[in-house]
Design a protein around this ligand. Structure first.
Ligand SMILES: *Cc1c(COP(=O)(O)O)cnc(C)c1O
Length: 383
């Protein structure tokens, strides 16, 4: 079945489709209980303590695993908590080869937190698979990439990188936040672990913070499951139910958002006072061919520059429908200037080459009427 169908049938194929709920509830019940009573001191029931297992979380995690083509998924209280979960597979002295075009908070975690645990992260341009291969050393344990970088819209070849990683005994981890399993399924392309900030498109309504790790291999599932419980980093039940609710409309939301993103990108590309438009769906984008070979859609985030920081700031301030906010992926549109907002943690040595330029504006396209969005941009641009 396609993702569109699975999204509104959680745990399709699981028993009677109600996740074992005795009342056949149409929406998953929220089990707030922290503990579950045993019948005897020697016999454990299916659940004993919610840190290690909770019925509401189980519905969500099963649904996430199905969507990503994984054997098991784990829900975390944020995207960065999920990213930190990847350190389960690392030991002091290990090296990580990471894309130089990553989410700002990922840089912060890798360079300011993991470094304290003796993990060395090296950043590379991952658009060139053979170059990446030449950078792998005997210490490289993990490769971490995003299939479509944000806000710079760099594309990397997930299957090509996964092949190199597997040949060299390196774990390949993919942050699938910006494209979602609706567009690309990294595990099917050879990645070992797929990660999400579910705060973005999976939830889609800016009212839950959550993260996901999904994977296939049994030994890794066991090790990660052990850490998920031992470190107490599971998503609480209310948030799990909110996530399930948000995900039901993900296919509809993203179809509309991607269609509007393309229209907005074309509108901006047609303006003489716009210096550059970065959107992988536009003809002439260098990564478009690789992207289209691995992704069903082009995403709904795009960036543009004007050549002048003052002009960009003025445009952002004149926009009415685009709220000025970090983050993306919500039903309502937003605008940000990553250089001074979400990407302040780009390491100094990468800043010149990879950091978003100071005049760059990033738009996250929501589900509003597209004509209204373009009219708002037009008004702000004309000033
Ligand atoms: C937001 C984001 C994260 C971090 O997720 P949080 O839910 O904010 O902790 C990681 N990766 C990407 C690509 C993101 O956009």
């Amino acid at each position: 079945m396609n993702v569109e169908t699975l999204l509104v049938h959680p745990n399709c194929g699981e028993g009677d489709g109600h996740g074992g709920d005795p009342f056949r509830a149409s929406a998953p019940p929220i089990y707030l209980s922290a503990t579950y009573d045993q019948e005897t001191p020697l016999a454990f029931g299916r659940y004993d303590y919610s840190r290690g297992g909770n019925p509401t979380r189980e519905v969500l995690e099963k649904q996430l695993a199905i969507l990503e083509g994984a054997e098991r998924a784990f829900a975390y209280p944020s995207g960065v908590a999920a990213l930190d979960g990847l350190a389960t597979f690392l030991r002091p002295g290990d090296e990580v080869l990471a894309s130089a075009d990553l989410y700002g908070g990922t840089f912060r975690l890798f360079t300011q937190v993991w470094s304290k645990r003796g993990i060395v992260v090296k950043y590379a341009d991952v658009t060139d698979v053979s170059r990446v291969s030449s950078l792998i050393t005997s210490k490289t344990r993990m490769m971490h990439v995003e299939p479509l970088g944000n806000p710079m819209q760099t594309v990397c070849d997930i299957a090509g990188l996964a092949k190199v990683a597997r040949e060299r005994g390196v774990l390949m981890t993919v942050d699938n936040t910006s494209l979602t399993p609706l567009n690309i399924k990294p595990l099917e392309l050879g990645a070992h672990v797929v990660m999400h900030s579910a705060t973005k498109y999976l939830n889609g309504h800016s009212d839950v913070m959550a993260g996901v790790l999904a994977l296939r291999e049994k030994a890794m599932i066991e090790e990660l499951g052990f850490h998920h419980n031992a470190e107490g980093v599971a998503l609480p039940p209310f948030e799990c139910a909110m996530m399930l609710r948000g995900m039901e409309t993900m296919a509809l939301r993203i179809a509309r958002q991607q269609e509007s993103a393309m229209a907005v990108a074309k509108y901006l590309a047609g303006r003489k006072d716009v210096a550059r438009v970065l959107y992988v769906g536009l003809e002439g984008h260098g990564g478009r061919e690789v992207h289209r070979s691995q992704s069903r859609g082009d995403g709904a985030v795009l960036s543009f520059t004007t050549g002048s920081v003052e002009r960009s700031v003025a445009i952002v301030q004149r926009l009415k429908l685009f709220a000025i906010r970090v983050s993306f992926g919500s039903v309502s549109s937003s605008v940000s200037m990553p250089a001074s907002m979400s990407h302040k943690s780009v390491p100094a040595e990468l800043r010149e080459r990879y950091a978003p330029p100071a005049d760059l504006m990033r738009l996250s396209i929501g589900i509003e009427d597209c004509g209204d969005l373009i009219a708002d941009l037009e008004r702000a641009m004309v000033g």
